[in-house]
Ligand binder design. Structure first.
Ligand code: FE2
Length: 241
């Protein structure tokens, strides 16, 4: 029951602490945004399958963390989204449309929080893979060098963003019109609510790493960059940007 209470507490905190600066932001959803949200045109939003086994990211993220994070937290965001859209015009809509509709709507903050978190987590699972890390290749490698100077410098800046995000949130590599950028978002906020095209993301909510790293967030970020990040997924997203 403790898990359930933790999840509910986090949702409550997300709602309370929610800040979104997207009221004047044009919502631009990417053509491939369906990447992370399993969207049925007729039924409720479904929890997308994990792209690997729950123990596949050991030892960098344990099966215990993935079991809670995916099976409890992500599922709760999906369930809450479905509860909040039942009987509304958004019932049966793709997750991306739900996020877009709730963005900047003061009357739909709980829906934005749940739906954006549902989307963010689907994207996060795909941002990692077993035996990930290493170096990007091709156009992505060239764009990282052009935007940040080097992969080493990118890692320094990304680590800084991920470790200095105060409280709960996310760090992202996004494709801007001219160059790649590192952005961080608070709580449930997501680049797709700001017209940005995400390539990969790391979840820096404590629930993502606390069982494995306790308060050592920098250690988790380092392991993520060196052993987990899925550069192939980033390249796919860049091609479609
Ligand atoms: Fe999370």
């Amino acid at each position: 029951m403790e898990d359930r209470e933790d999840t509910e507490l986090e949702l409550a905190m997300t709602r309370r602490d929610f800040i979104v600066g997207a009221t004047a932001t044009a919502v631009a959803l990417s053509a491939n945004a369906g990447h992370s949200g399993d969207a049925s045109e007729t039924g409720p939003i479904e929890l997308p399958p994990l792209p690997y086994a729950e123990n596949a990211l050991d030892p960098y993220i344990s099966s215990r963390t993935l079991s809670f994070h995916y099976g409890k937290h992500h599922r709760a965001y999906i369930d809450t989204t479905n509860q909040l859209i039942v009987g509304t015009e958004l019932a049966g809509s793709p997750l991306e449309k739900i996020v877009a509709t709730a963005t900047g709507d003061a009357g739909r903050v709980p829906l934005f929080n749940a739906a954006a978190q549902a989307w963010n987590h689907g994207f996060y699972w795909k941002s990692m893979r077993p035996r990930g890390g290493g170096s990007p290749s091709g156009m992505l490698a060239a764009r990282i060098d052009a935007s940040f100077g080097s992969l080493k410098r990118f890692k320094e800046l990304f680590t800084d963003a991920a470790t200095t995000q105060f409280g709960s949130g996310w760090a992202w590599l996004v494709a801007g019109a001219r160059e790649l950028q590192i952005v961080k978002t608070s709580n449930a906020d997501t680049p797709i609510a700001h017209g940005q095209k995400p390539l990969v993301t790391i979840d820096v909510w404590e629930h993502a790493y606390y069982l494995d790293y306790q308060n050592r967030r920098a250690e988790y970020v380092g392991a993520w960059l060196d052993h987990l990040v899925n550069w192939d997924f980033a390249s796919e997203n860049l091609v479609q940007a």
